[in-house]
Ligand binder design. Structure first.
Ligand code: BGN
Length: 270
């Protein structure tokens, strides 16, 4: 397929007020997909094998909105892609970064993905020129979120949606497994990247617009004050704590038309 997909439309109308049903979404955007939320263009060979990894628990409404907008955009971008929803089993403390590590490991077992997009479930891109593919360095995609007035909240912000090649991800030993609860894991990832001598790529602030689905703070994902302490130790911990020592138990893998659902016990403290 060409470097620049020709069917992109630019700014997207994103509206969360409409309530959506799974069967409607499957009808509206499911046609070109194969089970597990898989797609590849028919008329040309895609240059990008991309796994979309979404850490998840109890956010059905958000997932519906995200997939409704994301699938058509990824199809227009002519990607060879699959969407993986990584559900944290049980009610233990949430761990976003560890779930992303699990997503990387499980998706890599299924297919020869070269590029991994790590996405929060509540962030919907507002412009399809924001390419869900990988670049020469790790890429931060969600640079202009409405909640932060379409600006970076701070210059080293790496939260929301990001893209790393398999090689970039392995170079930083993946993401930390030890950030339980809210906050800091994205800052740890940023530091891993910098400490390994890479720099961060970003789209401009028009292309990189996102709409966040508003919500209350989740249960079992309170701000963890220990996380800011951990952040001072990234340079010491990063080569020990990551994809190399990842452990977890897959409890179920289910293929929906719109996504692959992986339910996983990540041995959370209770
Ligand atoms: C930061 C959080 C990030 C979060 C952004 C935006 C921490 C580390 C302790 C200083 N960092 O403050 O994780 O993505 O806010 O909400 O909490």
């Amino acid at each position: 397929c060409p470097d620049n997909p020709s069917s992109l439309v630019g700014p997207l109308k994103v509206d969360f007020h409409r309530s959506r049903t799974w069967s409607n979404i499957r009808k509206e955007v499911g046609a070109p997909l194969q089970d597990g939320g898989r797609y590849m263009p028919r008329d040309c060979l895609s240059q990008h094998k991309v796994a979309i990894i979404i850490p998840y628990r109890n956010r059905h409404e958000h997932l519906k909105h995200l997939l409704f907008y994301l699938h058509p955009m990824l199809v227009r971008q002519q990607l060879d892609y699959g969407i993986y929803v990584i559900n944290q089993d049980g009610e233990g403390v949430f761990n976003r970064a560890k779930l992303m590590n699990v997503g990387f490991a499980e998706a890599a077992k299924e297919y020869d993905y070269e590029c991994f997009i790590f996405s929060d479930v509540d962030l919907v891109p507002m412009d399809d020129r924001n390419l869900y593919r990988c670049f020469e360095g790790p890429r931060h995609l969600s640079v202009a979120i409405d909640k932060f007035n379409f600006k970076l909240p701070y210059s080293s912000y790496f939260g929301g949606v990001s893209a790393l090649t398999k090689e970039q991800f392995l170079t930083i030993n993946g993401f930390p497994n030890t950030y339980w609860g809210w906050g800091g894991e994205d800052d740890d990832i940023y530091q891993r990247i910098i400490f390994h001598g890479m720099s961060i790529f970003r789209p401009d602030h028009i292309t990189g617009k996102y709409k966040m689905i508003q919500h209350q703070r989740d249960k079992h994902n309170e701000v963890n004050p220990k996380n800011s302490e951990k952040l001072t130790q990234t340079h010491l911990s990063m080569d020990k704590d990551g994809i190399k020592n990842l452990n977890y138990t897959v409890k179920e893998i289910a293929k929906d038309r719109l996504y692959t659902f992986i339910n996983v016990d990540i041995h959370a403290p209770v």
